[in-house]
Design a protein around this ligand. Structure first.
Ligand code: HEC
Ligand code: HEC
Length: 344
């Protein structure tokens, strides 16, 4: 009996010791990790406010510069189209914000696009391409555009490749790619160029990097409204967009009010055939947005003021005072960045 009691006592003692030991190890690990984090954050040269839902655009990307150069040539090359008249730059003019300032774009043989052309600037950071996100990658987006009967009319890669092979591109491609001109290599070069079209160093990014004077008090107020009214719940991340899908007309019936619903208006539904995806679109980036009117996939808003009123009504179910709209516009103006070191 005594022996048994002793055994039980010893068992309890050992268990308690073991338990305390485990707790100690656990707490120590936690403490250690916190220390490491503190060290890491104090080591980072620039202090980026970690609580922000918006991140500055990467300052420097490592890209193969020879491919960027070749991609640049191809991007501006009308011979990529069937009638040698339409290049990517026809609808994505880099001198006017990377789009064309038209409600609909003009493709081969003056065919109009079904939706407004978005900017190519920063498109490399989009989680998917096109308004309905039907292209998973830049390469898939390029393939569709070059071969499309409506956009560049290529029809098949063979035709495009044969044309380029009889030109100076033949030797340019051979220098960079072992197998010379192929569909994949054309896509690779253009996609690399597209990735080079990022626009860091906007005044807002300087503010995010810790320079409190980079934006004015009014612009800061506009940013506060952008957050407090809830724009930021959809327009967030590095691009203030480009990282999720949302219904256009979340709280009020946008398409019912606008009328004349087209197939393109069905948005992501056209990709998934899922009822939940009716009228769902990729939330567009708001980087450089002052330069890329008209707005929305249907190009229906000519000014930022109109666009914000529509957003407030249909996405947030409210009307904003004019003064608040003006301040939000001032904030959006701080999002214009630099391309190759020059303001866009
Ligand atoms: C005829 C005008 C036209 C031409 C030519 C054209 N695009 Fe576009 N581009 C558009 C339109 C319109 C859209 C939107 C289509 C959609 O979402 O369904 C678009 C979408 C894109 C997107 C997606 C951006 C985003 O935010 O989703 C990228 C990237 C792009 N084009 C790059 C290119 C490249 C590269 C070329 C040349 C190979 C090219 N485009 C040729 C009009 C054009
Ligand atoms: C519930 C999500 C959501 C909220 C909240 C929201 N947006 Fe949007 N925003 C979108 C979507 C989706 C689109 C694309 C609509 C379309 O054209 O199909 C868009 C488009 C835009 C555009 C047009 C961009 C372009 O290039 O065409 C602007 C500008 C804009 N939003 C600003 C705002 C502002 C400012 C607020 C706050 C007042 C706001 N948004 C709130 C989802 C949202």
């Amino acid at each position: 009996m005594i022996l048994k009691n002793k055994l039980i006592k010893r068992f309890y003692l050992i268990s308690t010791l073991l338990f305390c030991g485990l707790v100690f190890i656990f707490l120590w690990q936690d403490f250690w990790q916190t220390q490491q984090l503190l060290i890491a954050s104090s080591e980072s040269k620039e202090k980026i406010a970690l609580d922000e839902l918006i991140q500055p655009i990467t300052l420097q990307l490592e890209l193969n510069q020879s491919k960027v150069k070749l991609g640049d040539k191809l991007f501006h090359e009308p011979r990529l189209s069937d009638d040698n008249k339409v290049s990517c730059a026809s609808c994505h003019n880099l001198n006017i914000g990377g789009a064309d300032r038209l409600v609909r774009s003009m493709g081969i043989q003056k065919q109009l696009s079904f939706v407004n052309s978005p900017t190519v600037f920063n498109s490399g950071f989009n989680f998917k391409q096109f308004w309905d996100g039907r292209a998973e990658t830049l390469e898939a987006q390029i393939e569709e555009v070059i071969l499309s009967e409506r956009v560049m009319g290529g029809g098949s890669w063979l035709k495009v490749i044969n044309k380029l092979k009889q030109s100076e591109y033949d030797s340019w491609f051979r220098k960079l790619y072992r197998d010379g001109i192929t569909g994949d290599n054309i896509k690779d070069a253009i996609a690399t160029f597209e990735r080079s079209l990022y626009t860091p160093n906007s005044r807002f990014d300087k503010f995010l990097h810790g320079n409190q004077n980079a934006i004015t008090e009014e612009e800061k107020q506009g940013y506060r409204y952008f957050k407090s009214y809830g724009c930021i719940s959809c327009h967030q991340g590095m691009l203030l967009g480009g990282n999720m899908f949302q219904t256009f007309g979340l709280l009020e019936d946008y398409f019912g009010d606008r009328g004349k619903v087209t197939k393109a208006d069905l948005g992501r539904f056209n990709v998934t055939n899922n009822e939940y995806d009716r009228y769902v679109f990729k939330v567009p980036s708001l980087r450089n947005v002052v330069l890329t009117s008209p707005y929305f996939h249907d190009g229906s808003a000519e000014t930022l003021e109109e666009a914000i009123k529509v957003m407030a009504k249909y996405q947030l179910g409210r009307q904003l005072p004019q003064t608040d709209i003006n301040l939000i516009i001032k904030f959006l103006r701080t999002l214009t960045g630099e391309y190759q070191g020059k303001p866009l």
